[in-house]
Ligand binder design. Structure first.
Ligand SMILES: Cc1cc2nc3c(=O)[nH]c(=O)nc-3n(C[C@H](O)[C@H](O)[C@H](O)COP(=O)(O)OP(=O)(O)OC[C@H]3O[C@@H](n4cnc5c(N)ncnc54)[C@H](O)[C@@H]3O)c2cc1C
Length: 224
C-alpha cells in the first residue's frame, strides 16, 4: 500500500524572474519523480496548498517550482514572501504528464511542446533531464521578460510568442501560441504536449487536429 505522504521541507532560496514570477527551491529529501510530475505545496501551519509542476530535473539535488503570483491568489502570494529556512508542506509527486512510456512514444516521432506562462515548467524539467531527446517548444507569454530561463534550452528549440512585444525584437513571434500554430505547419505524427490555461488548451486542440494530429497523440496538463 502506498501512503499519501506529506513531508516538511525547507526553503533553500527564491530566485526572482520578474516582479511576480519566481523560482522556489527547496529540499528534495527522498522525493523521486519524472519530468512532468507535480507536487502539492503549502506553508507549514497554513490551511491551503496548491499543485505546482516540478521545474528542476531528477538529476538536481533540490526541488524547484516556477510560480507566478496570481491576482488575489492566496498561496502563490504567500509562498513569495518566504525566507530561506522556512518550512513547507510538500505532497507527491503526482501525475503522468510527459510520461513517454505511457504515451508509447517511439524515439523517431517529433515532440511538440506548447505552453503558456508558467506552463513551461514541466518542459524545462524535461529539457534539463534528457539532452538526447529533441523537441520543439512554443511558449506564449504577454511580455518578453516572461520568457523564463529560455537561454537554458537548446539553441533553436524554443519559439517565443509574445502578445505585447517590445519595439524591435524580431526574434519573437508577435501573437498568441494559437496564432503561431494556425500559421505554421505541424508534422501530423507529432506527439503534442500542452500545458497551461484551459482556454489555451481548448483552442489549441482543434488547430492540431486541422494539421492532422490524432487526438491520441495529444496530452494536456491544465493549470486553471
Ligand atoms: C497540475 C497543476 C500544476 C500546476 N503547476 C503550476 C506551476 O508550475 N506554476 C504556477 O504558477 N501555477 C501552477 N498551477 C496553478 C496553481 O496550483 C495555483 O492554482 C495558482 O498558484 C494559484 O493559486 P493561489 O492560491 O495563489 O490562487 P487562488 O486563491 O487559488 O485563485 C485565485 C483566482 O485566480 C485564478 N487562477 C488560478 N491560477 C491562475 C493562473 N495561473 N493565472 C490566472 N488566474 C489563475 C483562480 O481560478 C481564482 O479565480 C498548477 C495547477 C495544477 C492543477
Amino acid at each position: 500500500m502506498v501512503l499519501w505522504m506529506k513531508r516538511r521541507l525547507r526553503v533553500q532560496e527564491i530566485r526572482e524572474l520578474t516582479d511576480l514570477t519566481y523560482v522556489l527551491r527547496f529540499d528534495r529529501a527522498d522525493i523521486h519523480f519524472s519530468p512532468g510530475q507535480y507536487v502539492t505545496v503549502g506553508i507549514k501551519g497554513a490551511p491551503e496548498a496548491r499543485e505546482y509542476s516540478i521545474y528542476s530535473s531528477p538529476q538536481d539535488p533540490y526541488l524547484e517550482i516556477l510560480v507566478k503570483e496570481v491576482k488575489n491568489g492566496r498561496v502563490s502570494h504567500d509562498l513569495h514572501l518566504l525566507k530561506t529556512g522556512a518550512e513547507l508542506t510538500v505532497e507527491g509527486p503526482s501525475g503522468t504528464f510527459l510520461d513517454e512510456a505511457d504515451a508509447g512514444l517511439s524515439s523517431t516521432r517529433p515532440r511538440l511542446f506548447v505552453a503558456t506562462g508558467t506552463g513551461i515548467s514541466p518542459f524545462r524539467s524535461f529539457a534539463r533531464t534528457f539532452a538526447d531527446r529533441p523537441f520543439q517548444l512554443v511558449h506564449g507569454v504577454r511580455y518578453e521578460n516572461e520568457r523564463y530561463d529560455h537561454s537554458e534550452f537548446p539553441s533553436g528549440s524554443v519559439t517565443s510568442c509574445v502578445t505585447r512585444p517590445g519595439s524591435q525584437n524580431g526574434a519573437v513571434f508577435a501573437g498568441r501560441v494559437t496564432d503561431y500554430l494556425r500559421s505554421h505547419p505541424v508534422t501530423p505524427d507529432s506527439q503534442c504536449y500542452l500545458c497551461g490555461s484551459t482556454a489555451m488548451i481548448y483552442e489549441t486542440i482543434p488547430i492540431l487536429r486541422s494539421h492532422g494530429v490524432a487526438d491520441s497523440r495529444m496530452f494536456a496538463e491544465i493549470y486553471f
